[in-house]
Structures are given as C-alpha cells and as structure tokens.
Ligand binder design. Structure first.
Ligand SMILES: [Zn+2]
Length: 97
C-alpha cells in the first residue's frame, strides 16, 4: 500500500514559471523506468501529464495548441494529385487499383 506522493518541481520551458505536480512515488518511479505515464500515473490530469512529459504548463499548452483547432484525426487526407478529401470519401488505395 504505497500511497506516498512526492512533489515534482518543474519550470515551464515556454514561460519559465515554476510549477509542481504531486505524483504517487511508486507510479512516478514506474514511469521513469519506462512505463506509459497513463498506466503508471492514471490519477494525473492531462495537464499534469503534459507538464511532466513536455515541461509545458497548461496555459502555454493552450497557447501553442489551441483546442478549437481540430486538425487531428478528422479523417482528412490529401491524395497524390493534391486533392483534399474528408474521411467520408473512398479509401485512397481503392482509387488507384
Ligand atoms: Zn508556461
């Protein structure tokens, strides 16, 4: 039953503000040993995880990657001829068969 936690002090590499994250000691060590942070420290918020992984605080993270920009995983792809398609279009592989 290891529920001890340690406080990790970090400095945001974007704004330089001192930040800290309280983490479970055991989970933190497991993460340091290579375990996925989502598994080693499942209780952390996404913000805290990003702070530990990339050393960017939530405020800077939002500035760098505004959440309203939906660029990821919307199924958009560009074919070799330069056409832009959405995920609803036919699979590109089929077009060239
Ligand atoms: Zn920052």
């Amino acid at each position: 039953m290891s529920n001890k936690s340690i406080r990790i002090h970090l400095e945001c590499k974007e704004c330089g503000k001192p930040k800290f994250v309280d983490v479970n000691t055991f989970g933190f060590l497991r993460w340091q040993q290579g375990m996925l942070i989502q598994r080693a420290l499942p209780e952390l918020s996404t913000d805290d995880r990003e702070l530990l992984i990339s050393r960017i605080c939530p405020e800077c993270w939002t500035k760098l990657f505004p959440p309203d920009k939906e660029e990821e995983d919307d199924g958009t792809w560009i074919d070799p001829a330069g056409g832009v398609h959405t995920g609803d279009d036919d699979d590109p592989a089929k077009m060239y068969e």
